[in-house]
Write a protein that binds this ligand. Structure first.
Ligand code: FAD
Length: 414
């Protein structure tokens, strides 16, 4: 069999899972390469615990090299240009040719795209931002906190709501909850609208039960750092003491320039196979645009949420399909749209939303009651994700599979 080269762009959630699964499936005759611009990988769901002080930075980050299987070549560099016709990628560390390309470059944050936002806002959407915000929150003894979702789409639809509940819990523990007003502004009509009104209203209630003031349908236009004022389209401005933003998201330039993206900058793919318009190029995770059945209108596009759980499941599908194609088998694996989310509520409690996001005629998502087991599940997943491939990781995997069986939930592992 002729030796093939598979290049995976991006060593985040999707890229790591895809490269490792390819290594497990293919013989050493085939090369598997990851191109990743950062030498460190941080587990994003734990940014919230970094913010609250429940994790230290070193507890939630690893060298990318520690997370890849032996035999996966890690190229530390930035992907600069994708030449689809020549099957070539130019990177800051040299040029690579591929037989198959997996684009897993995620979404980048663009705080500069809203006037005044970059210089005024804190964020828990980055590793450094969450570490800094922890100190800012520790030094705050009162005032108005505005948590603002700057624009749609954004990754992890639950995270702003989790952030608000965790910040409320933090001030509760410090005995200062009555000195702090927490406001949450979002362009969404209700929390996590992709999951439907029942779940959205349940999350809204959970947030409001913690005295967080919810402001839906607020489209951020600018921030005035001098007067600490945030302005919204057609709505009253708001004066804050502390501004925490979910910054606008956009796709990396290299993807837009490659001609793979739609007008919004995201990559349309076949929702089952994750193939792009080029048959040897797949895209997975946050970079993709997958319309949701029954929830998609041309003027209000509602897409599959940008979440690690989907990047992970899609990575397994793509790796298996590529391995099958190389081995001359019919590629059978398909992405089903099944997903879940543990929603941190503070006090070591979490809710659990799960279901079929691509179900016809519309997504079928259920929220299970808030409890301790979902929080423990998230902690276990964190430990598993950050473990180096080997005996410890395998033991954690067994534990997770057992837990998933007991709780009757899916365990998307690989
Ligand atoms: C605060 C927070 C909480 C979250 N919680 C959850 C959760 O509980 N559950 C959940 O499912 N999801 C959660 N997410 C979302 C999840 O982290 C993302 O959806 C997931 O990481 C997407 O995976 P990806 O592979 O598409 O992109 P990423 O994991 O972002 O990986 C993209 C990689 O590409 C690299 N890269 C980008 N451009 C280049 C380039 N030009 N050259 C080389 N490398 C490049 C980046 O450095 C990065 O490593 C959360 C996110 C945040 C911010």
């Amino acid at each position: 069999m002729q030796s093939k080269t598979i290049v995976v762009l991006g060593g985040g959630v999707g890229g790591l899972v895809a490269a490792n699964e390819l290594r497990r499936r293919l013989s050493r005759d085939h090369r598997i390469m990851i191109v990743e611009k950062n030498s460190q990988h941080a587990f994003a769901p734990s940014f919230l615990w970094l913010m609250t002080g429940e994790r230290r930075p070193e507890e939630i980050s690893r060298d990318v090299q520690q997370l890849v299987l032996k035999g996966v070549e890690l190229l530390h560099g930035e992907a600069l240009r994708i030449d689809l016709a020549a099957h070539r990628v130019e990177t800051s560390a040299g040029s690579l040719t591929y037989d198959f390309l997996v684009v897993a470059l995620g979404a980048e944050l663009a705080p500069d795209s809203i006037p005044g936002l970059a210089e005024s806002a804190q964020t828990f959407y980055t590793f450094d931002g969450a570490a800094k915000l922890r100190n800012v929150l520790r030094d705050l003894n009162g005032g108005k906190i505005a948590i603002v979702v700057a624009s749609l789409p954004f990754k992890c639809p639950a995270a702003p709501y989790e952030g608000a509940m965790l910040i409320a819990d933090l001030f509760n523990k410090r005995g200062l909850r009555n000195k702090v007003d927490i406001h949450l502004f979002t362009p969404e009509p209700l929390p996590m609208p992709v999951a439907g009104p029942e779940l959205g209203n349940a999350v809204r209630k959970a947030v409001e039960d913690r005295s967080v003031i919810f402001h839906p349908l607020q489209k951020l236009t600018e921030v005035n750092p001098a007067t600490r004022t945030i302005s919204f389209e057609g709505k009253e401005p708001f004066v804050y003491d502390l501004l925490i933003a979910v910054p606008p998201h956009r796709s990396p330039l290299v993807v837009r320039e490659a001609g793979l993206a739609n007008q919004g900058g995201w990559v349309p793919v076949d929702s089952a196979t994750l193939a792009t318009r080029d048959e040897n190029v797949y895209a997975i995770g946050d970079i993709t645009a997958i319309p949701l059945p029954g929830r998609w209108k041309p003027d209000v596009p509602m897409m599959l949420p940008k979440a690690g759980v989907f990047a992970h499941a899609q990575a397994l599908v793509v790796a298996r399909r590529i391995a099958d194609r190389i081995s001359g088998k019919e590629a059978g694996d398909k992405f089903s749209g099944e997903g879940y989310c543990m929603l941190e509520a503070g006090g070591h409690l979490a809710g659990f939303a799960s279901g079929q996001f691509l179900a016809e005629p519309s997504p079928q998502i259920k929220l299970r009651q808030i409890g301790r087991s979902w929080h423990l599940g998230k902690v276990l997943f964190e430990k598993w994700w950050l473990a180096t491939p080997g005996v410890k990781k395998e033991s954690l995997q067994l534990l997770m599979e057992l837990g998933a069986k007991v709780l009757r939930i899916p365990a998307a592992l690989g």
